[in-house]
Design a protein around this ligand. Structure first.
Ligand code: CA
Length: 223
């Protein structure tokens, strides 16, 4: 899941980014309203966390323009004020939920998951390749009726491979998507992670789904 945080306070933004990444989300941060609107309109995010008091364009106006452009991505607003008018204004303006600052990180995480679930329940949240199933909301993998426990990174890696089942994904692309990092040619972080994932997803079940394509990368498919 890919989130956009629009927040001008550097400390808060860094704290949210770190916490959400630790929970397996990919996170982009915009530090003013104009940049935030542009990033949101790119349409690559599954949810937007939006502060109200922002330089250049405030959260209300960002939200108004975003919805006016026909975008339905869930938006969770962060407000320092707790006036009833602000809440009503936010919800009427097309926010899906709001949180009053200061808030506990666990509360934000719970609200994000609820908002994502609401959207995802309108579509099927389960990916299936062969006898392997991955529920992207509960983050549970099941193969031949056996539950496979995944770490946040393993989940992100498996999810990427399953979303692109049948396509060869390069190590560079995997590193970028799963670790949000620029690929260092000497780094074997992807190989190590794939090896670990195979031990859980393939090894106990006889028939491998994750295949190495020499010199190119990896592909998940039923052969
Ligand atoms: Ca602010």
């Amino acid at each position: 899941m890919h989130l956009l945080i629009v927040e001008d306070e550097a400390k808060t933004a860094a704290y949210l980014r770190r916490g959400l990444q630790e929970n397996g989300f990919r996170v982009d941060v915009a530090t003013d309203g104009v940049d935030g609107l542009h990033r949101a309109l790119e349409g690559t995010h599954d949810l937007v966390v939006l502060d109200i008091m922002l330089p250049r364009l405030d959260g209300w106006e960002l939200l108004r323009q975003f919805r006016a452009a026909g975008r339905e991505t869930p938006v969770l607003m962060l407000t320092a004020r707790d006036g009833v008018n602000d809440r009503v204004k936010g919800l009427e303006g097309g926010a899906d939920d709001y949180l009053i600052k200061p808030f506990a990180f666990s509360e934000l995480l719970a609200r994000i998951r609820v908002a994502l679930r609401r959207v995802q329940s309108q579509t099927d949240s389960t990916l299936t390749v062969g006898d392997l199933e991955l529920d992207v909301l509960t983050r549970r993998a099941v193969r031949q009726n056996a539950r496979i426990d995944l770490t946040a990174r393993e989940f992100a890696l498996l999810w990427l491979l399953m979303r692109h089942a049948g396509e060869v994904l390069s190590r560079t692309l995997i590193a970028e998507k799963v670790w949000d990092m620029n690929f260092d040619g000497d780094s074997n972080v992807v190989e190590v992670a794939v090896r670990r994932l195979r031990r859980k997803v393939d090894a106990p079940f006889g028939r491998p789904l994750i295949h190495t394509v020499r010199g190119m990368g990896y592909v998940l498919e039923q052969r």
